[in-house]
Design a protein around this ligand. Sequence first.
Ligand code: URP
Ligand code: ZN
Length: 440
Amino acid sequence: MRKILLLNGLVYLQGKLIRTDLLIAGSSIVSQGEYPDLPGEAETIDCTGLCIFPGGIDPHVHMHLPGPSGFSSDDFETGSRAAIAGGTTSFIDFVTPCRGQSLIEALHKRRIEATNSLCDVKFHVSPVEWTAKTGEEIIRCIREEGIASFKVYMAYRSSIGLRDEDIFKVMKTAGRHGGLVAIHCEADEEIENLKNGYLSEGMTSPKYHPLSRPNAVEAEAVKRALNLAEKAGCPLYIVHVSTRESLDYIEKAQSQGLPVYAETCPQYLLLDNSMYDHPFDRASAYVMSPPLRKNEDREALWQAIRDGVIHTVGTDHCPFSLEQKRRGIHDFTKIPNGAGGIEHRLSLLYTHGIWGKRISLGRFIEVSSENPAKIFGWYPQKGMIKEGADADLVIWDPDANQIISSKTHHQNCDLNIYEGLEVKGLPVHTMMKGSSLFLQ
Ligand code: URP
Ligand code: ZN
């Protein structure tokens, strides 16, 4: 069996950085300690001056997502290559059946689509309607298919979104059988009214996207989702939280002891709604739901990470090319929603979190790897450096710099919402189950 010795790295163990060696055999971490006498036949990698973190786990991505403007531009192969280049070794994508299609059939098809992924992949399964079979299929997903989470959408009611009474049924079933519900919180009716109002006045540019999805649209939906989950007795995971007002509701529910987890994304921590003032080709890159917010929201999100109110930072990776975005050149509601970011999640979080002195190294590891592993059933096989865990590791140079650009990134897209931003802290080597998949 192939053995690799990572020598003299700074490894985050039991709450602190420790200079140590790590021995890997095959796909697992075997032991940690000092190895003055190298075990025979082990290859060595000198990690002096470098950190070693558990491989990143992105709990929210959309590879090859179908939509009216075509598929999101990264498939499982290109998206996972970009993930690995950024130090992320596992991610959770979605199974979104067509209405009328069985959840199980859609799950099996999606698993086949994901076979060319370089990363380990799990899925959130999305019931997009409630039929006589949905409850039984959710139970089968949990018992027979190892699915732990079900994602429902309060937005997008005309296609994949559910009414509250159906969300409640999903929550009741999932909660009773040990599952969790992940939820996209935006109040659909309110968005429809606002969107139609702007369009009818001839207001068609990207800047009306955020105006048709103000903070209250998210916060009111969060409040409703929390009530539904409490009544249904179901653990809740709120995806891409972007507003200060939502955090107030989430914090209150958590303080009452309810099992509520929250996720945010780098775009909501780092970018603001002034991006929509640019001309169409630039502004449309930032059309995503929820939209970018104000500085006070960003500050509140960082505070919530520090306070442990937000548990994970995912990306909602869903890139579209400029050509795809131009579908909405005369109507902002036709711009495909979403942007890429899986490659930059760790370096952005490290730059602005650690170098920016906003979060501790422990929090960085928790939100980027450990907590997603714990919440979605990967822990302790992933999400920590420990004997017996998968050797999914990122060897990290805390001082390496890069200027992010679509010209040099690995994501399959000619747009990058972080274009021109400088990061400090980058992977130099990413290992997936002991195999070196990225080497700087
Ligand atoms: O704008 C976004 N978030 N696009 C991806 C699909 C979704 O809503 O999660
Ligand atoms: Zn999403």
